[in-house]
Design a protein. Structure first.
Ligand SMILES: [Zn+2]
Ligand SMILES: [Zn+2]
Length: 286
């Protein structure tokens, strides 16, 4: 059984076959998907909640996040923050994100990215939600990592809420600093892209109880699907690749990464959906 810890299920790339795509995920043994709610920015902030409300038989369970991606930071208004604050209370919302810094594309000015990141950390702390972090430095630089981890250390670590470094592309040292702040590290299909030796090192060496796997669908399709649209069923391939790096079976990676997601977010195991949520769960306890 697999958990895809990060997918953009609402994107238009899935408009033609969303039902079939989710049915394929179920057939492939994907029992839970975390739908990332940053959408295309303000105006679509409830997109993941809508998907998480489907609860259709023959599809994976879907949980949601809410947040404004650094790409769209320049569009964020106070009204959007108010809206997020309300949406964050929805029972299917388990995290705030993806938020962070993207100095590779610079779709929003960096000072605006930082301000919107800080504002959302503050809102997430109030909502008692862990955060899903997107961090991408400029080419041949670690600038966004240094800054993002400094902000998290100063502004977030004291909350004790932790979070996820999604689609990890940093160095081992970055991963270790994040682990020290209660973060989980999530790996996507780029783990075997030729230039990604640092990602492979992290995927091989980090403790198995601290990692997630994800697709980041519809982006970043893993080999052998590279260049095509990605979808949650392909998270199996990420498990297989990490298993190969670590010298363990894909099933073992699948089992641990699924348990890690359920434990971190206090979710009941999908194979027993009626089971009560563990006692220490709920926002008050996080
Ligand atoms: Zn991202
Ligand atoms: Zn994403």
């Amino acid at each position: 059984m697999f958990v895809d810890s990060h997918a953009h299920l609402e994107m238009s790339q899935f408009d033609a076959d969303r039902d079939a795509m989710l049915a394929r995920a179920d057939d492939a043994g994907i029992e839970t998907v975390i739908a990332i709610g940053s959408g295309t920015g303000p105006g679509s902030l409830d997109c993941a909640i809508q998907l998480a409300s489907r609860e259709k038989a023959g599809e994976p369970r879907i949980y949601a996040t809410v947040g404004i991606h650094p790409h769209e930071a320049r569009l964020a208004t106070d009204a959007d923050f108010d809206k997020l604050n309300t949406l964050a209370r929805h029972p299917k919302v388990i995290a705030w994100g993806e938020i962070g810094l993207d100095y590779f594309y610079d779709h929003s000015p960096r000072e605006v990215q930082r301000a919107v990141f800080l504002k959302q950390l503050e809102l997430a702390r109030t909502a008692r939600l862990p955060v899903v972090i997107h961090c991408r430095p400029s080419a041949d630089s670690q600038n966004a990592w240094d800054e993002c981890l400094r902000i998290l250390a100063e502004q977030w670590a004291p909350s004790g809420l932790g979070g996820v470094l999604h689609c990890f592309t940093g160095m081992m040292e970055h991963a270790r600093r994040a682990l020290g702040m209660g973060f989980m590290i999530s790996f996507a299909g780029n783990v075997i892209f030729p230039k990604a030796q640092n990602i492979r090192d992290a995927a091989r060496e980090l403790p198995l109880d601290r990692i997630f796997i994800e697709t980041d669908s519809p982006f970043l399709a893993p080999v052998p699907h590279r260049g095509k649209r990605n979808e949650p069923a392909f998270v199996r391939e990420v498990a297989r690749q990490i298993g190969e790096l670590r010298g363990v079976a894909a099933e073992e990676v699948a089992f641990h990464t699924s348990q890690n997601v359920y434990r971190f977010f206090h979710l009941p195991p999908a194979s027993n959906p009626g089971a009560p949520i563990p006692a220490q769960s709920g926002r008050a306890a996080r």
